[in-house]
Design a protein around this ligand. Structure first.
Ligand code: NAP
Length: 346
């Protein structure tokens, strides 16, 4: 298979760095261009991220001396991964799509555009049919917000098996979710902040589009009521979310455990390079999942679930953990890109 040439917009940021790491030696994609702001443009990648490379392995060799450009079309690639600050991502991604690039974005700007799929590769691959309705030469697909990526996979498993009517969601979100430099240490060390701007709105609405039905008029949102409390906690990586759900049909803890453990999406069926073997791993220990212990399950692409039990208010409750910059951002975008390549859409 010929490798697709890709650019990374926002290559110097938290999510961009994860892309740089994940693309090393990728069998289907080759990074040929890096974009960031005018502050970084003109520098080599290693100069641009000097002092702010935050991953626990060195900058991959292939990227160190690549020159960072401004995010303007004309980049030497066919597909761009978007990891731009949302204050600038919208028009830049539109320009790239108009110029014929395939845009795979992490930013919120186009998530609710009528003809743009809001994708989670295991959950709604059929939404890729929306791409035919985009009028631009290139196309845009988006990932969801990092907090909902893991829980939406569990919702899909529950919805298909038992019907899902309501969910109450309580997040404990990692610091890296706010990008770099993010939250000042004095605000977060030894503390919990019960507010993340815009996060509860995204958590309550984005799953409805992802779990929605493809119709002639676009996506019909899933008929699920979600309420969310979003909190920032002093954890470096990994969003933990506690969930209570009300199901349409009767179920037992054992049936839910079995349903989640067996859940498979197209990435697993197609054996995509970044697909975890298991989309969901259910832990039986009473004190799991934990970010420190379970974050890298499935190379950071598996959603770990634990503490499935009955709920006094709704029907059942459980805890989930997913890696916010892997499964919730760069890894999810890469999986989406692998899916469109496997389907011959690029
Ligand atoms: P970040 O660390 O703040 O990085 C932002 C990136 O945008 C940097 O590469 C920066 O380049 C670039 N940028 C800023 N202003 C620009 C401009 N005017 N023109 C071109 N590039 C510009 O943010 P992040 O956490 O990686 O998040 C990136 C996107 O992914 C955001 O939309 C965010 O909401 C979304 N997201 C993040 C996470 C997460 O866990 N962090 C998860 C899911 C989705 P310079 O270095 O040159 O300034």
């Amino acid at each position: 298979m010929r490798k697709t040439s890709v650019g990374i917009l926002g290559a110097t940021g938290t999510v961009g760095q994860r892309f740089i790491q994940l693309m090393e030696g990728h069998p289907w994609f080759k990074v040929t261009a890096l974009g960031a702001s005018e502050r970084s443009a003109g520098k080599s990648y290693k100069e641009a991220v000097a002092g702010r490379w935050k991953l626990s392995a060195d900058i991959p060799e292939y990227a160190r001396d690549m020159q960072v450009e401004e995010c303007k079309s004309g980049m030497d690639c066919d597909l761009v991964f978007g990891a731009l600050d949302s204050s600038v991502a919208g028009p830049i991604e539109t320009e790239f799509a108009e110029e014929g690039y395939f845009v795979v974005s992490n930013s919120k700007n186009h998530r609710f555009d009528k003809n743009v799929p809001l994708m989670s590769a295991e959950v709604n691959p059929e939404h890729l049919a929306l791409l035919e309705r985009q009028k631009t030469r290139g196309k845009i697909i988006t990932n969801s917000n990092c907090t909902i990526m893991g829980i939406t996979i569990t919702f899909k498993a529950l919805m298909d098996a038992f019907g899902l009517e309501q969910a109450a969601v309580f997040s404990m979100q990692a610091i890296s979710g706010a990008g770099y430099p993010g939250i000042p240490s004095l605000d977060i060390l030894g503390n919990v902040v019960p507010f993340i701007s815009g996060e509860e709105e995204k958590t309550e609405t984005e799953p409805l589009k992802i779990l929605g039905k493809l119709t002639e008029n676009g996506i019909e949102n899933a008929d699920i009521k979600i309420t969310a409390h979003c909190n920032r906690v002093p954890v470096t990586d990994g969003h933990t979310v506690c969930v209570s759900v009300k199901l349409r049909d009767e179920a037992t803890v054992e049936e839910i455990t079995r349903t989640m453990s067996r859940f498979k999406g197209e990435p697993q069926k197609l054996n995509l390079p970044s697909a975890p073997k298991k989309a969901i791993v259910v832990r039986k220990e009473p004190d799991r999942p934990q970010a420190r212990l379970d974050l890298m399950t499935g190379r950071g692409m598996t959603t770990t679930v634990g503490r499935i039990r009955e709920d006094n208010l709704l029907d059942f409750k459980y805890a989930t953990l997913s890696h916010n910059t892997m499964r919730g951002a760069a890894g999810a975008a890469l999986l989406n890109a692998e899916l469109i390549k496997a389907k011959g859409l690029i």
